[in-house]
Design a protein around this ligand. Structure first.
Ligand code: 8YV
Length: 316
């Protein structure tokens, strides 16, 4: 049986490429290299495989006349040109739900790290400062603190559940209120920031949320407020964030995502009140395996003539 050609649009997780190699004719980023070889193969390519941070633009889609499906290993698909995919009649799939726990866990870990200054505490011990200087400066208490969630989708709700167990009070902003949830809805982001000790960003990226968290929101969060971002770097105005942190008009930040990954501004790295991680929200072996399997299951279902299990909402 001839195998269906699937092109990797970008560097993929080895867990995903291993599955693609097993079930399809896996073509690894040929469009980035040998132009003649790609031109020869392009008309036969029926699927693109991508990850949450891949860019799949209209230009690549235009070069693939037989494209039927773009299977993203990731919940976010802000790098995919949905309009171009739709115009071609290609379905776009992603991997929601299987990563909710891990991303929510990381959000809490970052909140705790920022509040209790864990990276600084670790440095304090390693540098011998405990023995030399004694106790380190006192930190912030999480229990009883006010959490503001920017987004209350599946991951946002998983964060809220965990924060409730830590004794925090919880409010959220979203396009509309979710009356089934017992948390306070605040339609205005600036008002939410002003009423929060921790503002946690967990809303999709893309043009609709670009720089949603801007200088005014950061000012409202204030000199004691802590910003946590486990969504997309694009949602926060990074230049405004750095300025607010340097000026002390914002208390601290804990960031897993950045405007220009994997590049993190040196000014951000220089700030002791900032906790940084390299986009590891879903980065556990079990979850990445589940994401790879779901991404591959979407391709398999599509080519078996069944509806893929997890199309993006715009393709449902
Ligand atoms: C990774 C993510 O970037 O799920 C997402 O949207 O941001 C991440 O899990 C990546 O997609 C893993 O392959």
């Amino acid at each position: 049986m001839t195998r269906i050609p699937v092109l990797a649009a970008a560097k993929l997780s080895p867990l995903y490429s291993a599955l693609l190699e097993r079930h399809f004719r896996f073509i690894d980023r040929l469009h980035e290299g040998d132009a003649a070889a790609f031109a020869a193969l392009a008309p036969s390519i029926r699927a693109l495989a991508a990850s949450g941070d891949s860019r799949v633009g209209a230009e690549l889609i235009a070069r693939l006349p037989a494209l039927e499906i773009i299977a993203v290993m990731g919940v976010g698909y802000d790098g995919i040109d949905l309009a171009a995919a739709k115009a071609r009649g290609a379905v776009v799939t992603h991997t929601p739900d299987v990563l909710n726990d891990d991303v929510a866990d990381l959000a809490l870990a970052l909140m705790l790290s920022a509040a209790r200054q864990l990276p600084a505490a670790d440095r304090w011990v390693r540098a011998g400062r405990w023995a030399r200087e004694g106790a380190m400066p006192l930190a912030r208490k999480m229990a009883g603190a006010r959490l503001g969630l920017v987004g209350i989708g599946r991951i946002g709700q998983a964060i809220a559940q965990r924060a409730a167990a830590f004794g925090m009070t919880i409010a959220y902003t979203a396009r509309s209120a979710r009356p089934a949830l017992r948390y306070r809805f605040e339609p205005d982001l600036i008002a939410l920031a002003a009423a929060s000790d921790f503002l946690v960003v967990i809303t999709p990226g893309g043009a609709g949320t670009r720089h949603l968290v801007d200088a005014a929101v950061l000012r409202a969060l204030g000199p004691k407020g802590i910003l946590v971002n486990v969504a997309r770097g694009s949602v926060v105005d990074e230049a405004a964030l750095i300025e607010a942190l340097e000026a002390g008009t914002l208390g601290g930040a804990a960031l897993d995502v950045f405007a220009d990954e994997p590049h993190v501004p040196e000014r951000l790295c220089a700030l002791p009140q900032v906790v940084l991680s390299p986009h590891i929200g879903s980065a556990t072996t079990a979850t990445r395996q589940a994401m790879a399997e779901l991404a591959c299951a979407n391709l398999q279902a599509h080519f078996a003539g069944r509806p893929p299990p997890s199309p993006v909402p715009e393709c449902r």
